[in-house]
Design a protein around this ligand. Structure first.
Ligand code: ADP
Ligand code: MG
Length: 623
């Protein structure tokens, strides 16, 4: 493997250098491998560690995802955002920040911040050390047990000497040698290879979970200099979530019990529902806020369009743009002097943010790399530079268009997203649509449009020999593997029989850059219509499945249902069948919803012991 080897002794684990983005919300390790930086992954997922420490009653600490899960149940003993206190005196910290903290913060004899949990006190360095140790542990797992000894760690550009020293101390406590502390905006620029410019100015716009930073850098002969920084220590994705949480609350207000809105489980549910809708709105023109908590009398299902979302978050985005203007002024530059704009932070996935940044700077920002990975990637690139490696090929190979499969009804399901780095591998599960189906035809597609007919067809292949079974029970894993030369191999494998089939194609074959641009433009131009059409065919496919189950079950349970329910159901079935041919999304949606409701009495009867007995002789799949 192409890991950076410091010192390899026989029978000793490999020692490697990694890059670490030690974030306020999330921390992430990356490494240099095969000529490029790469985020470390475990089973395909980034080895991301939420920057959260939870201290149990017995004083032991847990870190990362499991710690974050405690944040709402046990907020007093769950420490987040510790980065805000690194190297700070209590008097340095904004009192508004302290007010909002669910855990206790006091000062040491020397005036430094200390965090108190149960009867123990921790320094911010100690807590950061726990996070760093967890990042190193995850990185080690990702690399099959290699030992992490040294790292490049990133910090915000505005960190002063004390804050940088505190970060070094944290690493030392974690047993990690710091090769260098690097500014986050510099790392992001390195990830894009901007150091290879002879000269120029770069604006780095970083909107994360809780903080916003903008930095103006100059490059001269590969050396970065920070000209100015600006930002807002309380602006980020959390604020966007809060806007959506307010909408949920307004919807729920009429029916919810009074104490609901302060309840931790309500808040956790509302926050998760909000973040989910927010993330969906980054790629779709509309989404749904869904929160069902019957115990509180809360049952919210509210559609929100991109336009409504944009309007609601405009004040937040405006604040970030104001900071950009200030940063430029402080650097003594105008927008026309900026040569490159780099987006960093998960919240820059929001289309309005991208659009406003682009409009303000008058140039398209870099978005080719994942904004929440770019700092870690840059840290790994810095590590490679420090290790004396050459980085001739920094610009990443990515797939310019998404790759996927046609599904029932003619929709395009994307497996490899556009801009994914190659090589890559992705596996997804598929199943049969009709009972006794023994073959599936796969249609491999390329493009951004929602309907298969609007995508480029790369080829078709057929998996046969599937043992006959009821619809939906066959398990077929489909793997997309894109190798370093851009060759795509799609393999389908049915689990129970082991039957496989595959196809090999070169997605880039016969495709010019202009054609890629045209395809992208068409997907933007048709986004709204495509989305509705996609929804319509997906709903029709869903109705098909519902009808099959409902009709089969109705035969069995008819005599146990009252007449009215049977009539309702039969009406709903007839309407759903008719809607299956409708071209109106609203009609299809309404028919599905009516059918869904009409099946409630049927479901209740089926759950009942009486019917269970009655159907005991039947095969499970029939019920
Ligand atoms: P930090 O630098 O503060 O540690 P990150 O850069 O990891 O944080 O950003 C985390 C934030 O990004 C969260 O608020 C998360 O909800 C948000 N986020 C992640 N993905 C998306 C997306 N697709 N659309 C909008 N926001 C997103
Ligand atoms: Mg960050």
């Amino acid at each position: 493997m192409g890991y950076i080897e410091l010192d390899v002794l026989d029978n000793q684990p490999k020692r490697v250098v990694i890059g670490i983005d030690l974030g306020t919300t999330n921390s992430l390790p990356a490494i240099w491998k095969d000529g490029r930086p790469e985020v470390l992954r475990i089973e395909g997922e980034p080895a991301l560690v939420p920057s959260v420490v939870h201290v149990r009653n017995d004083g032991t600490a847990i870190v990362g995802r499991t710690a974050r899960a405690q944040a709402l149940d046990d907020p007093e003993h769950t420490i987040h955002s510790v980065k805000r206190f690194m190297g700070q005196s209590l008097s340095d910290v904004d009192p508004a920040v302290l007010d909002r903290l669910p855990y206790s913060v006091t000062e040491t004899d020397r005036g430094l911040v200390q965090i108190n949990v149960h009867d123990k006190s921790f320094s911010p360095q100690e807590l950061s050390a726990l996070i760093l140790r967890e990042v190193a542990a995850q990185a080690s797992v990702a690399m099959g047990g290699a030992e992490i000894m040294s790292a490049v760690i990133t910090v915000p550009a505005y960190f002063d000497d004390a804050q940088r020293q505190a970060t070094r101390d944290a690493a030392r406590l974690a047993g990690i040698e710091v090769l260098r502390i690097v500014n986050e905006p510099t790392a992001a620029s390195l990830a894009y290879g901007l150091d290879q410019r002879k000269e120029g100015n770069v604006a780095v716009f970083d909107l994360g979970g809780g903080t916003f930073d903008v930095s103006i850098l100059s490059i001269e002969d590969g050396i970065f200099q920070v000209l100015s920084t600006n930002g807002d220590t309380h602006l980020g994705g959390d604020d966007v979530d809060a806007v959506l949480m307010d909408m949920i609350r307004q919807e729920a207000e009429g029916s919810a019990k009074p104490s609901t809105f302060d309840d931790p489980s309500y808040r956790q549910g509302a926050r998760l529902a909000s973040e989910k809708a927010k993330i969906a709105l980054s790629s779709k023109p509309e989404a749904e806020l869904v929160l069902s908590l019957p115990e509180f009398g809360v049952n919210v299902r509210k559609r929100i369009t991109r336009e409504e979302f944009d309007a609601a978050i405009t004040p937040l985005v405006d604040r970030s743009i104001k900071s950009c203007a200030q940063a430029l002024e402080d650097a003594g530059l105008e927008t026309k002097d900026i040569d490159e704009v780099v987006l960093v932070g998960g919240s820059t996935r929001i289309p309005l943010v991208r659009a406003q940044v682009e409009q303000f700077f008058g140039r398209t920002p870099h978005t080719e790399l994942n904004p929440d990975e770019v700092v870690a990637l840059g840290a790994a690139a810095q590590a490679e530079i420090l290790m004396g490696g050459s980085r001739d090929i920094l610009l990443m190979d990515v797939t310019p268009l998404s790759l996927g499969l046609e599904t029932v009804g003619g929709a395009a399901e994307k497996l490899v997203q556009r801009n994914s780095r190659i090589p890559c591998s992705i596996t997804e599960g598929f199943t049969t649509y009709v009972d006794g189906q023994t073959a599936i035809e796969f249609h491999v597609l390329q493009g951004e449009r929602e309907m298969a007919a609007d995508c480029r067809s790369l080829g078709r292949f057929k998996l046969t020999g599937i043992p006959p079974m009821p619809a939906g029970l066959a398990k077929v894993g489909v793997k997309f593997h894109l190798d370093a030369d851009g060759i795509l191999t799609v393999t389908a494998k049915e689990e129970s029989s082991g039957q496989t089939a595959s196809i090999e194609v070169k997605p880039s074959h016969g495709l010019t850059e202009e054609e890629v641009d045209v395809m992208l433009q068409q997907s933007f131009d048709n986004a709204k219509r495509d989305f509705e059409e996609r929804r319509r065919v997906d709903l029709i496919a869903e109705i098909g499945t519902m009808l099959r189950h409902t009709e089969a079950n109705l035969d069995v349970a008819r005599e146990h249902l009252d007449r009215e329910s049977v009539e309702d159901l039969e009406e709903a079935i007839a309407a759903a069948k008719a809607a299956g041919k409708s071209i109106e999304l609203d009609e299809v949606q309404a028919a599905r919803d009516v059918l869904d409701r009409a099946t409630i009495p049927l479901a209740a009867v089926l759950m009942d012991g009486v019917v269970k007995q009655a159907v005991a002789g039947k095969k499970l799949g029939d019920v």
